[in-house]
Design a protein around this ligand. Structure first.
Ligand code: ZN
Length: 228
């Protein structure tokens, strides 16, 4: 059996789960996991239905995008994933979706301020907008790498979709759910045209400090999630 099998299985299982939950649709979006202890990652292939995907369909690439395993064409966003793993040592899983509510905020250029405790705890101080660049290009990779160094774990890609990180794939998938809940609540709040209240700044900072603690553990290679 391939040494990469457990990572490929995680990609398949999470892709299926996110598709069944409605966050991934058909072949849109992509996700990857870092191969523990190696400068490499397992990523969904290009243009294959998530519900039909098998572990052998998953591609394993090094951070220079050389194929280590897999017959299929890797996701067109592979360079974006590699760029994220290079600059964020705490990130061991990346999920990129076209989830609807976050994508709506991507159309009106509305970053999500700290609205909920859980959001600050797991997604970071705010969900920022990464400026538009065409899919699958170095421009997009560069825009992303430039904007993700503030330690947040969720971003909105202008006129495109969403990007969530985690120290493991379960956390990244859970962050996709939290982001969508926040995006929907924020959109509905904006629709009322009343002022939108945020959580108090000190509370935001306490929650973010917990996230940073988890991230530092992940950077040291320790498995984490401290409570909650
Ligand atoms: Zn996309």
């Amino acid at each position: 059996m391939s040494q990469y099998q457990p990572f490929k299985q995680q990609v398949v299982d999470t892709a299926r789960q996110l598709t069944e939950q409605g966050y991934l649709m058909a072949t849109g979006g992509n996700l990857s996991v870092r191969i523990a202890g190696r400068p490499a990652f397992a990523i969904t292939p290009s243009n294959l239905d998530y519900l039909k995907m098998q572990p052998d369909d998953v591609c394993v690439l090094d951070l220079d995008l050389h194929v280590l395993e897999g017959e299929r064409k890797p996701s067109v966003e592979s360079s974006m994933h590699a760029g994220i793993y290079r600059v964020r040592a705490d990130v061991n899983a990346v999920v990129h979706t076209h989830q609807v509510y976050a994508s709506t905020l991507a159309l009106i250029n509305a970053p999500i301020p700290a609205l909920f405790d859980e959001q600050a705890r797991f997604l970071g101080r705010s969900v920022e907008i990464i400026p538009y660049a065409p899919s699958g290009t170095g421009f997009l990779k560069n825009a992303i790498v430039k904007h993700i160094q503030n330690h947040n774990n969720a971003y909105i890609m202008q006129n495109h979709g969403a990007l969530c990180f985690g120290h493991d794939i379960e956390r990244a998938a859970h962050n996709v759910e939290i982001l969508e809940k926040c995006a929907l609540a924020y959109l509905l709040a904006l629709c009322t045209e009343r002022s939108v209240s945020k959580i108090p700044l000190p509370i935001r900072e306490i929650a973010f400090a917990k996230l940073r603690k988890d991230q530092k553990k992940a950077e040291r290679g320790e498995t984490s999630t401290s409570g909650e």
